[in-house]
Design a protein around this ligand. Structure first.
Ligand SMILES: [Zn+2]
Length: 130
């Protein structure tokens, strides 16, 4: 799947390793809340964008420079799985975030928004499984 502003990297051993970093962070998120399978694309770096998501469609794009950023990956999961919109002033869900946000704060805010959205997400998963 393509993103209008981000260029997917061609799969190679190097890109596979980058994607593995994103998947490891998805596993970290799965320790906090149930998640469906998420499609991950690693893209070239971008001047402004760190990541992107297809809202409520379980697809995320992460730039090669932010594959190891818990904040960026958790932010995109909240968009992609839970349909969470941006929240001005929130260290995790503002439109512009610090990719180095500490993991304790990432986990706390991720759980807060995921829990808020769970009924909708579960309904979505059931619908796709049918
Ligand atoms: Zn966002």
């Amino acid at each position: 799947m393509k993103h209008e502003l981000l260029k997917n990297k061609e799969m190679s051993a190097e890109v596979y390793a980058l994607r593995r970093e994103v998947i490891n962070l998805i596993h970290e998120a799965k320790k906090l809340v149930d998640l469906p399978r998420i499609e991950v694309r690693v893209t070239d770096r971008h001047r402004i964008i760190l990541g992107a998501a297809k809202m409520s469609q379980n697809v995320i794009w992460i730039t090669e420079e932010t594959v190891a950023s818990r904040a960026v990956v958790f932010h995109e999961i909240l968009h992609a799985v839970f349909g969470q919109e941006h929240i001005e002033g929130c260290p995790l869900m503002a439109a512009n975030i610090d990719p180095h946000l500490d993991s304790k704060t990432c986990d706390r805010l991720f759980l807060k928004y995921a829990k808020k959205q769970v009924p909708k997400a579960k309904a979505k998963v059931r619908k796709e499984a049918a």
